[in-house]
Design a protein around this ligand. Structure first.
Ligand code: B12
Ligand code: SF4
Length: 495
């Protein structure tokens, strides 16, 4: 069968496509795990975000798929709906499957969207079995994690159990299935690699617990190295480790760093997401080792610097440092210090606009980011389907905006008990642009040619809505903010 797999073009503020266009790891993993006789094409639509309808039309005409699969996050649901309509119009009989976080956690929303199948949870086995059932014309009822349409009624098979990666049952991703090109992270070709799946924490804003429960499974290091080599041999110079929480097992992470060095894969740049507690507690040995292995940017889930907010986000434990097993206070500054001492950059993940936030508490977090982080990744709490946080916000009547295409993290869609949503967003927007500019010299040193060529575009993106008058203080910055919001709204029309 011909199978076309699409990831959505929607991007968010901190990942502008001028500088960041990353592949979707789920689709190549699905492609690697279907039976070999299928012809699979993977198209990451971020690579053509300004020509989405034309590209999808061309792909459907040229590739003539019998099955089209879409990978969707919540803020991409509207685009997914439009693409489903487009694909249906181009080829009415095609079977359409959706998967990923949004269809898994809000499957009911897709039942009226013209799709045939919803895959809930991890997709490799379910999708392989679905293609087999389509070929045989039977066996759909035995596929765990599948929801399917039977006339007007939807049937929901039992959930699938999480894949035990240790057993080696999952085949590696198939990157050769990709049909578009242009992946980049600041001018270097980027690829994504998984070394583990899952997390045992339960932060209230994170979708992972409802998606797969609290567990942690790891691939063998041999497989990880082979995967990195495959990405490198296809041109990648930067590797993004997309693990949910690779620092859950620090000893294994250290082994991974050693393995990267021994395999001479340390000449690539690595990006990783990490917990402050792990870096703070083990930084003395872990941080130098990470640097030797090639880690360059570390996304730290700081979340918030105030204890009350951390409690609301249920993120206190993962932000607590430990000395000989006992509590040694907040881990953030120690973690940042270890990373900086070892010449790595900190991408500071902070969440501002929580229910009890005031001007002062938001300012405290922004001031912290200004002082300590190299690249701000500041978001507002966003009530994604079935997270504990969503229920909290609903109970307190604080959700102000139900337009899901704005649920990407930098539009404030909830208010606090003290501030309107727009005030929260304005405070972040105003502060964050200048923090981003400060990082430009570091980016210039590493990738001079890219930054020189793209600096005007990058600055134009960061300061969209602003004019010389607003930057010089001759115009109320709120006007620039309104213009920025209008531009952002237009940018979201991908289809
Ligand atoms: C790595 C990651 C990123 C990376 C890289 C993204 C990339 N291009 O790969 C970065 C840092 C850039 C990122 C950014 C964002 N992310 Co992110 N990210 C993740 C993370 C940690 C892992 C995702 C991953 O690659 N997993 C590995 C793959 C193999 O697993 P998978 O995606 O789950 O796919 C499996 C199944 O879902 C299913 N499946 C998926 N698609 C399909 C399609 C079909 C047809 C089928 C059958 C099955 C199927 O099968 C797959 C294989 O088993 C998750 C989860 C987490 N713990 O936080 C969040 C997560 C996906 N991100 C999220 C969000 C919100 C974002 C942002 C909007 C903002 C943010 N919070 O940072 C941006 C938007 C990015 C953009 N498009 O502009 C949310 C999504 C919530 C939701 N309900 O939609 C998550 C769940 C985190 C959370 N807050 O809970 N992200
Ligand atoms: S530590 Fe990270 S992956 Fe784990 S629950 Fe919290 S936010 Fe999600």
């Amino acid at each position: 069968m011909n199978v076309l797999l699409l990831s959505m073009p929607d991007y968010f503020e901190h990942m502008p496509p001028v500088a960041v266009r990353m592949p979707n790891g789920a689709l190549t993993s699905l492609a690697g795990n279907v039976d070999r006789h299928h012809r699979v094409a993977v198209a990451d639509l971020i690579l053509c975000y300004r020509r989405v309808p034309e590209t999808v039309t061309r792909l459907v005409r040229e590739f003539d798929p019998e099955v089209v699969g879409l990978s969707v996050m919540t803020f991409q649901r509207r685009t997914a709906g439009r693409l489903i309509q487009l694909v249906r119009a181009l080829k009415p009989g095609v079977k359409i499957v959706v998967g990923g976080y949004d269809p898994s956690l809000a499957g009911e929303a897709y039942e009226g969207m013209g799709v045939d199948y919803i895959v809930r949870g991890e997709g490799e086995f379910a999708f392989r079995e679905l293609l087999r059932a389509l070929e045989r014309g039977k066996g759909f009822d035995r596929i765990c994690g599948l929801s399917l349409r039977n006339g007007e009624v939807w049937l929901h098979n039992p959930n699938s159990s999480v894949h035990r990666l240790e057993g080696g049952d999952l085949r590696p991703p198939d990157r050769s299935a990709r049909v578009l090109s242009g992946y980049t992270l600041l001018g270097r070709q980027v690829d994504v690699v998984e070394t583990s799946r899952g997390c045992t924490y339960d932060c209230s804003f994170c979708s992972i617990i409802e998606m797969r429960g609290r567990n942690f499974h790891t691939y063998s290091l041999e497989r990880v190295l082979a995967d990195i080599r495959d990405a490198r041999d296809r041109g990648a110079r930067t590797i993004f480790l997309v693990d949910d929480n690779v620092t859950l097992n620090v000893r294994r992470f250290e082994e991974l760093c050693h393995a990267i060095i021994d395999a001479r894969l340390d000449n690539l740049d690595y990006f990783v997401q990490a917990m402050t507690s792990a870096i703070a507690t083990h930084g003395k040995t872990l941080a130098p080792l990470m640097r030797r292995a090639g880690f360059r940017y570390v996304f730290l889930g700081i979340e918030n610097i105030l204890e009350g907010d951390l409690q609301f986000l249920r993120a206190t434990a993962k932000n607590t440092a430990r000395d000989n097993g006992s509590n040694a206070g907040n881990a953030t500054l120690r973690a940042i210090d270890w990373l900086h001492r070892n010449k790595m950059y900190v991408v500071g993940g902070l969440i501002v606009g929580n229910p009890d936030d005031t001007h002062e508490s938001i300012e405290a977090n922004l001031a912290f980011a200004r002082r300590y982080v190299d690249w701000p990744y500041i978001q507002h709490p966003t009530p994604y389907p079935r997270t504990p946080m969503t229920q909290d916000f609903r109970n307190r009547g604080l959700i102000m905006n139900e337009r899901l295409e704005e649920y990407h993290g930098t539009t404030a869609v909830v208010r606090t008990e003290h501030l309107p949503a727009k005030e929260v967003e304005y405070a972040r927007w105003k502060a964050e642009r200048w923090m981003k500019v400060r990082h430009m010299p570091a980016a210039l040193r590493h990738d001079p040619w890219f930054v020189v060529r793209h600096a005007p575009e990058m600055l134009a993106h960061t300061f969209r809505g602003c004019t010389l008058r607003s930057v010089l203080g001759l115009e109320d910055e709120r006007k620039a903010f309104e213009r920025y919001k209008a531009i952002r709204c237009q940018e979201r029309e991908y289809v």
